[in-house]
Design a protein around this ligand. Structure first.
Ligand code: AMP
Length: 218
């Protein structure tokens, strides 16, 4: 099963994808996480990506397309995957279509996680993430606070704030989302595979709605 998540930064895609990925036993492929790993590792793609990520702009399509082309052909993706953050514009969506047709796969469902625009800035700036790469659990200072300050509930590692989650970059990231990613709602809507899930409210309630949309039994 191939699932794709759309939604603005701060909608909670990462949190919900992580849960769904554990439930369905499908890999969660987050473009942002893959790019941050590449930046940290100092790969050629990472060096190129960093300058764009630091301004809230999209990284050039060729970097993302090559990254996902390689990833989708790995054995861990053979029985399906959950895409989060890729594609992010029409050129990437078309490239994904070709990639999937080469692999003789298709998208079963596209989830649009919709959140009230006024809530996004607070959601993004309050986000904190576990620094342990294999854990990577997201928290929120107000909506999903860790039991102990700056410490991951799951593995005890320290939490950090992403550089691009700081207030100065948020407006630019939202602008990029509206201009380039939002049109994909229409792109997949026309194919009849789009389901909108309300991303406002408690994480458990959102997950329950998501499970219904994906038709997963509890
Ligand atoms: P995210 O973690 O999904 O919010 O992504 C963080 C940053 O990575 C974005 O602001 C972009 O600079 C970059 N990025 C993530 N996914 C893509 C993509 N599909 N295309 C281009 N840039 C991306």
């Amino acid at each position: 099963m191939q699932i794709l998540f759309l939604g603005p930064p701060g909608a909670g895609k990462g949190t919900q994808c992580k849960r769904l990925s554990a439930k369905l036993n499908l890999p969660h492929l987050s473009s942002g996480d893959l790019l941050r790993e590449a930046v940290k590792a100092g790969t050629e793609a990472g060096v190129k990506a960093k300058q764009y990520m630091n301004t809230g702009a999209l990284v050039p399509d060729d970097v993302l397309i090559a990254m996902f082309k390689e990833k989708l052909q790995t054995p861990e993706c053979a029985k399906g995957f959950i895409l989060d953050g890729f594609p992010r514009n029409l050129a990437q969506a078309e490239a994904l279509d070709s990639l999937l047709s080469e692999l003789k796969k298709n998208l079963g469902i596209v989830i649009n996680l919709a959140v009230d625009e006024n809530l996004l800035t607070e959601r993004i700036t309050g986000r904190r993430i576990c620094s342990n790469k294999t854990c990577n659990t997201p928290f929120h200072l107000k909506f999903a606070a860790p039991k102990q300050a700056d410490t991951c509930d799951c593995c005890g590692s320290s939490l950090y704030q992403r550089d691009d989650d700081k207030e100065t970059l948020v407006a630019e990231r939202l602008k990029t989302y509206h201009a380039q990613t939002q049109p994909l709602i229409d792109y997949y809507g026309k194919r009849g595979i789009l389901k909108t899930v309300n991303g406002d409210g408690a994480q458990d309630d959102i997950y329950a709605e998501l499970q219904k949309a994906v038709q997963v039994t509890a």
